[in-house]
Design a protein around this ligand. Structure first.
Ligand code: MTE
Length: 315
């Protein structure tokens, strides 16, 4: 066995040959910006540029430092600080997403086949967690509809199911006797929700690739639904005929429904959903609360998806 310092530099593959296109793009941007590009763990987010979408909110953004240190990603632990601490071990390159079920073009697609740098845009969205806190995050991503159209859903496809990876060797929350959730983390949308222009697959935030704790390298963002619908680190997308199971309703069906639309009029059985605290806006006695808006403020764009449905029953 040879140790790295024994290997002559002539034998070391030039960085440009082993970096994937994703890393090259980020690396080029970083070189132009005069910074160093790294990929991988949470400390290694690389610059990623995209023009701002008109579908963005103009509310003040949550500080990046808060958005990357106060997370829910139970595969890395249940404490809000655990994902930042533990997610560096997740290997996000190479990354493949299996797309299967009721599509004309099923397959296992590499990250670079799915993510077209020219199709990326910045979407500044409110994210409302079911735990009654919220943030405003400048995501970088592209409409999920663009990807679904490319794989051509069949006419009997009615729902889209999503899956996060199971990799206990890299995810401490998937090891040991006491597991917070059944794995893999799974989520689902009705096909019309998945095709809605507000629904995106995000690959970056704050002008950089996603840090691992925020769902690298690719996650869902559905801004009018509680945050748990926005599944992280996706490895599988399946088009199906029947409503698919979702992690939180498997865990506790009486508390979490399939739709999970933000709705200030329907309380969680254990707390009110009428108001929320915006992360970073004062603490303790000075913590402000703001009223929660129907569909998280996106009612004008999405209310018509639910015409005729009782949103108390279909919560
Ligand atoms: N995705 C996976 N795979 N595992 C999780 O535990 N938590 C969800 C969602 N996606 C979760 C997940 C919850 S409860 C929320 S509120 C959001 O991610 C949080 O996203 P953020 O940490 O980027 O704010």
């Amino acid at each position: 066995m040879r140790y790295p310092h024994d290997i002559p530099s002539s034998e070391i593959t030039p960085k440009s040959l082993y970096l994937s296109r994703r890393e090259l793009i980020a690396g080029t941007a970083a070189m132009l910006a005069g910074t160093t590009a790294l990929t991988g763990g949470s400390a290694h987010a690389a610059p990623l540029a995209a023009a701002k979408s008109p579908l963005s909110t103009d509310e003040p953004q949550t500080r990046r430092a808060d958005a990357v240190s106060y997370n829910n990603f139970y595969e890395f632990g249940t404490d809000k600080a655990d994902p930042e601490k533990n997610a560096g071990s997740l290997k996000t390159s190479p990354w493949n997403v299996k797309i299967d079920g009721l599509v004309e073009k099923p397959g296992t697609y590499a990250y670079d086949d799915i993510v077209k740098p020219s199709g990326l845009e910045e979407r500044i969205y409110r994210l409302r967690c079911v735990e009654a806190w919220s943030m405003v995050i400048p995501w970088i991503g592209f409409p999920l509809a663009d990807l679904l159209k490319r794989v051509e859903p069949k006419s009997n496809a009615k729902f889209v199911a999503f899956e996060t990876l199971v990799r206990p060797e890299e995810m401490p929350g998937q090891r040991g006797l006491l597991q917070a959730l059944p794995w893999p983390y799974v989520e689902g949308l009705r096909l019309d929700e998945a095709m809605h222009p507000l629904t995106i697959l995000a690959v970056g935030m704050y002008g950089e690739t996603l840090p691992n704790q925020c769902g690298a390298p690719i996650r869902l963002v559905v801004p009018w639904k509680y945050g748990y619908k926005s599944i992280k680190s996706i490895v599988r997308i399946s088009l199906v005929e029947k409503q698919p199971p979702t992690s939180w309703s498997l865990q506790n069906p009486s508390e979490y429904g399939f739709f999970s639309n933000v709705n200030p009029a329907v309380d969680h059985p254990r707390w009110s959903q009428a108001s929320e605290r915006r992360i970073g806006e004062g603490t303790g006695l000075f913590q402000k609360r703001r009223p929660t808006l129907m569909f998280n403020g996106y009612a004008e764009q999405v209310a018509s998806l639910y015409t005729g449905m009782d949103l108390r029953v279909n919560h």
